[in-house]
Unconditional design. Structure first.
Length: 704
């Protein structure tokens, strides 16, 4: 123990430095200077190598066991001088100065450069001491010194430690409680399966407006609906909006839900509405997974046979009533979510069941309210469960946990190095996946699922770079070239024959491999980009995934759905058309016109090939007289027909109609309307020959 005392006008200051027993004088910190001026105490302490931090504690009595951490700072295992500044130490204060081997200093009242500064004594070319060499290695090859790593080196030697780090397969983290305990919280079990909709968008529901309280048993299976209970039978989705895009979400408009304070249209409005739908389950034991597929704005609570099974944006309200507000509003667009309620499937009973949902707005003057619910039953594929990272925050925590707890320190460092070298962008991956459309032209996944998929893609990339951190650079480069994250980030997903995108090729030469201005030319970039045309991403089942390098050398070229596309009607000849100067047949409101039926005689109609139209100079059949100008009256519609025959034995799982149009269309198959553009949503059924589209829609050059 070294003890110093100094007097000043402020009173008596006592300092005590406690050192571990058994240390030689050369291994002990030594106070070399002490200065008290204007109420601030400055202490200079010489610290030998091998320590990770210095801590100053204070107390009013030397015998006080409850000393208070006052100042702390890192010294990284080097020998040097620590300068400690203590503001207003008090009239009579005992200070305890100690050094510890942990790099991370304890929490203290004062930290940072204003209170603690360390200047290391750098060796002048001579050999490092054993402790200096160990600390230097741990700072270079690991995430800094830890007591366990220091003990490892002290026992086995530095060479043995480095050799083990270069061969991480010889190190086991299987019983690493800190690492495994942390990682367990970052993953969830994912079970893929075949989804079947038990309740679909567009199904009939009973709806009740929230201008008065619903009956107490409104969400119960035995609730009786009569004509005088305020329920209306309508099709989902439900809501209202000032936005034209959002209006596509709902079929039943709640035009009186928003409060208008003044004027002829003044109305009180209401904050909520309630819906319920019955559905049949033959055998509840055969239900595997159960999910709610929701579009909602702002908040909702869902019930299955009267028991709450899911909620969003409703805060902690145990039982929201009809006047309750949503706790959070949807930001801009409605929220999308897939809510797993498999744990609640025991609520199902044989026969009739009921799904009930209440939707709440944050404000009675809100610009919108939207609810589009679907109930999905998933038949899980047996034996295909696997762990998935929860989200992108969990991936960041995983990387931190590897650095803090894994014994494979160099592998963790190099894994993060390669992940940074072959950098990608999670946000761009999530946005790309969120924009994907299915064969019906609808979003293939909700935003929540897209973000989770993007996080898992980023995790698989990080996992590869960590597990293969010491592999050949060429293998790492090849893996990166086939990584979905990289293909999306550097735009190779749009690198096509005839329209090569040079972004990825340029980054390989400038960043990943050669470096800027290192013997390659623009021609090299162009030729390399052509090598990567057609390198795309495909979604495959978990049991069909391939390991590297097979995934790069023999990648899947088709989605693993077991289906393929067969064009039934393609662009080209074989069409008959009728100019819309009048009705092609007698108009009958509410009935499909005769010209849309199989047996209609169209021999007097004109022949042509698609595209049919005018104005873009790229139509195969040009309608010069359709546009009104000068003495030419023009016409606003054209009627088209085409016969087609399916090959024998054709099994159709999904029928897709793709049309490039300007400005609107209504389509029929064998006399039944199968689709119309949103610009024709307000037109009659069927539209008359002189109807016009409600808005402009420019042809894009290829079918939507």
């Amino acid at each position: 123990m070294r003890y110093r005392r100094e007097r000043s006008g402020l009173g008596l200051l006592a300092l005590v430095v406690f050192l571990s027993q058994g240390l030689s004088a050369a291994e002990r910190p030594v106070i070399e200077g002490l200065h008290l001026e204007n109420g601030q105490l400055t202490i200079q302490v010489d610290v030998p190598d091998g320590y990770g931090h210095v801590l100053v504690e204070s107390g009013s009595d030397l015998r006080d066991e409850l000393l208070h951490p006052l100042v702390s700072g890192e010294i990284f295992g080097y020998a040097g001088t620590a300068t400690i500044s203590i503001p207003e130490p008090g009239h009579t204060t005992f200070l305890k100065i100690q050094a510890g081997i942990e790099t991370k200093p304890p929490l203290a009242a004062y930290t940072g450069g204003n209170y603690f500064h360390f200047e290391a004594d750098m060796p002048g070319g001579g050999p490092l001491s054993q402790s200096q060499a160990a600390n230097h290695a741990l700072n270079r090859l690991a995430y800094g010194p830890t007591p366990s790593d220091a003990a490892w080196i002290d026992e086995a030697g530095l060479d043995a430690f480095i050799d083990a780090q270069l061969h991480p397969e010889t190190i086991s983290d299987e019983r690493n409680a800190n690492l495994n305990g942390s990682n367990r919280l970052l993953f969830h079990e994912y079970r893929p399966g075949l989804d079947t909709k038990m309740i679909s968008d567009g199904d009939l529901w009973y709806l009740r407006k929230g201008n008065i309280a619903p009956p107490a048993d409104w969400n119960q299976l035995d609730h009786k609906i009569t004509d005088d209970t305020g329920w209306s039978l309508v099709r989902s989705g439900f809501g209202y909006s000032n936005s034209g895009n959002e209006r596509d979400y709902f079929r039943f408009e709640l035009s009186d839900m928003r409060r208008i304070e003044e004027g002829e249209d003044a109305r009180p409005g209401y904050l909520s509405f309630f819906v319920r739908r019955e559905f049949d389950v033959s055998d509840p034991s055969e239900v595997g997974g159960l999910f709610l597929n929701m579009i909602y704005d702002d908040g909702f609570v869902a019930y299955l046979n009267g028991e709450e099974v899911a909620r969003a944006n409703m805060g902690d309200l145990i039982r929201p009533n009809y006047r309750s507000k949503s706790a959070r509003s949807a930001d801009g667009d409605p929220d999308f979510g897939l809510f797993e309620i498999t744990k609640s499937k025991d609520l199902l009973v044989p026969g009739i069941n009921v799904l009930a949902i209440q939707l709440h707005n944050t404000s009675i003057t809100s610009s919108d309210a939207i609810l589009v619910p679907e109930l999905i039953h998933r038949d899980f594929y047996p034996g295909r469960e696997y762990d998935r990272i929860n989200d992108i925050d969990s991936l960041q925590k995983l990387i931190h946990a590897q650095g803090m707890f894994s014994k494979k320190q160099l592998q963790a460092v190099m894994g993060e190095f390669w992940e940074n070298h072959f950098t990608t962008d999670y946000d761009k991956t999530a946005e790309y996946l969120d924009d994907l459309e299915d064969s019906l032209g609808e979003n293939a996944m909700f935003e929540q699922q897209a973000e989770q998929e993007a996080a898992h893609v980023e995790f698989k990339e990080y996992e590869f770079f960590r597990d293969h951190a010491f592999d050949a650079f060429g293998d790492l480069l090849l893996y990166s070239a086939t990584s979905p994250s990289m293909l999306i980030y550097l735009d190779n997903v749009i690198n096509e024959v005839g329209e090569a995108n040079e972004n990825y090729a340029r980054e390989i030469l400038e960043l990943f491999a050669f470096g800027v201005d290192n013997r390659y030319t623009q021609t090299d970039i162009e030729e390399l980009s052509r090598c990567f045309t057609g390198w795309q991403i495909r979604k495959v089942r978990a049991d069909k995934t391939q390991g590297f390098p097979e995934s790069a050398l023999n990648p899947p070229t088709q989605p693993s759905t077991g289906f393929f596309d067969l064009p039934i009607v393609d662009i080209g000849s074989g069409w008959r058309y009728f100019k819309g100067m009048r009705e092609p047949v007698r108009y009958r409101e509410g009935l499909a016109p005769e010209w849309t039926r199989v047996g209609f005689d169209d021999t007097n109609w004109l022949k042509g090939a698609t595209g049919i139209g005018y104005g873009d100079e790229d139509d195969n059949t040009v309608l010069e007289d359709m546009r009104r100008r000068n003495e030419q009256k023009g016409y606003s519609s054209v009627f088209l027909r085409r016969h087609f025959t399916l090959p024998a034995g054709t099994e159709i799982s999904n029928l897709v109609l793709s049309i490039d149009y300007d400005d609107g269309f209504v389509a029929y198959i064998n006399g039944k309307e199968v689709g119309r553009s949103s610009s024709m949503s307000d037109a009659g059924t069927p539209p008359r020959f002189n109807e016009t589209a409600s808005q402009n829609h420019e042809a894009g050059g290829e079918p939507d």
